[in-house]
Design a protein around this ligand. Sequence first.
Ligand code: ATP
Length: 418
Amino acid sequence: MNNEQTYLDSLFEKYLHAKRIFKHKEVLRHSYTPKELPHRREQIETLAHILVPVLKGETPSNIFVYGKTGTGKTVTIKFVTEELKKASKKYSVPVDVIYLNCEVVDTQYRVLANIVNYFKHESGFEVPLVGWPTDEVYSRLKEVIDAKERFVIIILDEIDKLIKKNGDDILYNLTRINTELQNARVSIIGISNDLRFKEYLDARVLSSLSEEEVVFPPYDASQLRDILEQRAKYAFNDGVLDAAVIPLCAALAAKEHGDARKALDLLRVSGEIAEREGAEKVLERHVRKAQEKIEHDTMEEVIKTLPLHSKLVLYAVVVLDENDALPANTGEVYVVYKEICEALDVEPLTQRRVSDLINELDMLGIINAKVVSKGRYGRTKEIRLNIPAFKVKNMFRRDYHLQSLLAMDFLKQRRLFA
Ligand SMILES: Nc1ncnc2c1ncn2[C@@H]1O[C@H](COP(=O)(O)OP(=O)(O)OP(=O)(O)O)[C@@H](O)[C@H]1O
């Protein structure tokens, strides 16, 4: 009882008196827009040069922006368009900037409706997010935009998601819209981290979207270090970061195609781990732990969102692993997969489809499916699990279908390998 009391007395004390690691943690969040963007001067200048005609009352070119994930495309475009808005006030040129993330706003209808609704305070009406004929929303859009002389810049972030799902009609319409307007002028900025997406565009649409192209190359380790240092100044208390921390976060993120988001996540999570431990300083070992945690969380997210049959195939691999039967070939995985389907009363897919799902799991890095030559017996796949089986099972515990398999202790019931 006494011990318990002492423990409870200090439950909050130890956290209360722990040295505070963060000064302003929100500075490390994705939603924060920094005031300076190290190593993006060239892209900022190029964009400013393309957009400056607005201030002289001329229509700027459409822009296609591309580069790998975490290379600062979104933050830079937001930064430059924000500056443009400030400058436009000085020169009394009305400019509206509409930012749409096409991962969320993912149909032609929604894009058009969101643009119409951006002006709702001015126009006094709103389009429902479903239900109207698309043509009608498009007519409304022209009407509200053209209500006065102005420049409207429409930013379509993750534009590839929209086009792959719906085709390029929307871009065809939006890039031609100026011919149908009297007063307003529209420019499009499309952002993508998938270059191949250009193949989805009709040649005419592509040439109007890419009147100007701006490329965002990946950051190297030393550039990432500068970015982290600049953010860390505001985010952490003085002297709490060990000298090795920022270089390590930068080096780890540079290994993965120079992703600034990854570098910032590593730094933030390292700080959080140190804080939870009640440590005085963030050290190299906190970064290592942070990396493990982030990898685990990302994998968990990927596994959680797999379609049912991919989960069942993965579960079959886990069963084989727990029975020391890995590496296995596709046929062996298929046998266990079919048993699992039977136990769940789910119609199994064909072995061919399952073989495709195995390839997908391999591409996601969850399993490893290596093709090996078996001499005159031809080629076969050797399938292994890339994550410890118990971790996959822990992730599955929150899944409705797999919960029931775990509950019936399918692994033990299975006598084939016992
Ligand atoms: N030069 C920079 N200076 C400071 N922070 C940066 C810089 N570049 C990127 N960041 C930060 O890195 C994170 C990722 O940047 P951003 O979202 O702009 O990348 P992106 O290229 O649009 O990625 P995605 O294609 O995945 O959307 C953000 O938190 C952003 O603030």
